[in-house]
Design a protein around this ligand. Structure first.
Ligand SMILES: *[C@@H]1O[C@H](CO)[C@@H](O)[C@H](O)[C@H]1NC(C)=O
Ligand SMILES: *[C@@H]1O[C@H](CO)[C@@H](O)[C@H](O)[C@H]1NC(C)=O
Ligand SMILES: *[C@@H]1O[C@H](CO)[C@@H](O)[C@H](O)[C@H]1NC(C)=O
Length: 466
């Protein structure tokens, strides 16, 4: 009994410590956000891919209105987070902010989005908003600005972005202080966005591709993790390595350019070293960081990235002409790892992950816990569509066979849980359903527009119940 009490107490202390660390999410702009944006661009690109599949295979054509509505609602989150001079603003309680960001260096870094975005999104307009910011943050080939604002200062404030008056220092990575991970991830964002804009505005699309190629070159040539180059960032966004971002960027550049060199990069040249083949479990990977302060931040993008990179297998499913045997073998490794990951997700598979709640929601880490089920659901749908598109009827998991429909029903189970099919009958999407969270940890929405609060006195709104 005593042992248990002591353990509970320890857990409580740990939990409070963690809460304290997280309390001060700031209004600092971080390029790490681009993880979410890559996801958004990936989503847009993939959606286009789905349309293609639909036409070619006649596979599940009907759009489910419920999920379409949900998507539209979820997308408002990007509007809520916007920094800069707002255009066509649909959020009544948001206004212009951060207008002078970047002026010290003669840059316009006013656009962008405030930290704490971790959703997938499909809005082209929001995508352009952040991509414009990334263009401005990359003023020359080997310089990338990765942060605007001082997180330490911001964490001591609770205020609306429209009223902040604190200094907004800039932080860059360059050849002497490299940031392979952040530069490669930015390259991936730009490359994937270039696909989205290809038909909409080809000169914009080409501009993005040029930035992407320069950033990839910079990332690959000057190798080092940004949080090693600039240790003060470890407290907030500790990077766990850059190998997967390099693969991720190269994979997107291959899709965007069709240049076989990028394919070689993810197979022959670096596949073995960076991709962690045969080890699809995110939790073994996360375990290393368990208790690490913002592990969930990096793990979100990283899990996503690793898994997606493994999805390079789709190249294999569709076949690449003129590929060497070695390249084919390496792609096969990606594919096997992706399949193993799918087998983990399926709830009754022999290799099903036990990282699940009693009611079947994937649960990996406490922080931002819904990112895992939602990202998993997305990937399961993607994989099932690839199976259909490439006429692969079954997925084999240690003695049992599964169909694309099984993967879809797993994906729906996760989405439905999030939307209210759970023991609390609560929707976790604010604004959706009858019952959803009312007091979200969000500065802009917790403080009334007309409240005259500055940095410190705004905290009364953090704790208030009205
Ligand atoms: C390179 O980046 C570091 C870290 O942000 C910075 O201190 C340094 O001034 C930069 N170098 C140049 C030449 O701007
Ligand atoms: C297309 O992109 C270019 C380059 O960014 C820009 O100057 C131009 O205004 C864009 N055209 C349209 C129609 O948006
Ligand atoms: C950040 O990660 C590195 C490498 O994983 C580790 O050595 C370092 O201690 C971490 N720093 C913090 C503050 O957690």
């Amino acid at each position: 009994m005593e042992g248990k009490q002591a353990e509970d107490k320890k857990f409580k202390e740990w939990e409070q410590g963690e809460d304290a660390k997280f309390k001060g999410w700031g209004w600092c702009l971080l390029v790490l956000l681009i993880g979410a944006m890559v996801a958004a661009a990936a989503g847009l690109t993939v959606l286009k891919g789905f349309n293609h599949f639909k036409k070619s295979s006649g596979h599940h054509g009907a759009i489910n209105k419920k999920y379409a509505d949900v998507l539209e609602l979820a997308l408002q989150f990007f509007d809520v987070q916007k920094s800069g001079k707002l255009e066509k603003n649909r959020i009544p309680w948001r206004g212009d902010s951060g207008l002078q960001d970047g002026w010290q260096q003669g840059l316009d870094l006013s656009k962008g989005m405030y930290d704490a975005v971790n959703q997938l999104g499909y809005a082209q307009e929001s995508l352009k908003w952040i991509i414009d910011y990334l263009i401005n943050a990359h003023p020359s080939p080997d310089v990338l600005y990765i942060q605007v604002g001082d997180p330490d200062v911001d964490h001591n404030c609770w205020q609306r972005p429209e009223t902040m008056t604190e200094k907004r220092p800039l932080l860059q990575v360059n050849t002497s202080f490299p940031g392979t991970d952040v530069a490669a991830e930015t390259a991936a964002a730009m490359a994937s966005a270039s696909l989205v804009f290809k038909k909409i505005n080809s000169s914009y699309s080409n501009l993005l591709l040029t930035h992407a190629q320069q950033l990839f070159q910079f990332a690959d040539t000057y190798r080092g993790s940004y949080s090693e180059s600039i240790p003060q960032l470890q407290k907030f966004y500790n990077s766990t390595g850059y190998g997967d971002e390099l693969l991720w960027a190269a994979a997107w550049l291959y899709h965007a350019t069709g240049d076989k060199l990028y394919l070689k990069y993810v197979t022959e040249m670096n596949g073995e070293e960076f991709s962690n083949w045969g080890n699809p479990t995110w939790f073994s990977w996360d375990d290393k960081h368990a208790g690490g302060q913002v592990s969930y931040h990096s793990s979100q993008s990283k899990t996503y990235i690793r898994v997606y990179v493994k999805f390079c297998s789709r190249i294999n499913m569709f076949g690449v002409e003129g590929m060497s045997t070695e390249e084919n073998l390496e792609l096969q490794m990606y594919r096997e790892t992706a399949e193993a990951f799918m087998c983990m997700l399926l709830p009754d598979s022999p290799t099903a992950t036990s990282s699940r709640t009693e009611n079947g929601l994937i649960r990996v880490l406490k922080w931002n816990s819904l990112q895992y089920p939602v990202a998993s659901a997305f990937l399961a749908v993607l994989f099932s569509d690839y199976m259909v598109a490439s006429h692969i009827p079954t997925l084999y998991c240690s003695g049992k066979f599964y169909s694309p429909a099984d993967l879809r029903s797993f994906a729906l189970s996760q989405a439905d849980y999030v939307l209210g099919k759970n023991p609390m009958e609560m929707s976790f999407l604010v604004g959706y359903g009858e019952d959803y969270p009312q007091y979200v940890h969000h500065r802009g929405s917790s403080i009334p527009v007309d409240a005259k609060t500055g940095c410190g006195d705004g905290f009364e709104w953090l704790d208030s119940l009205s």
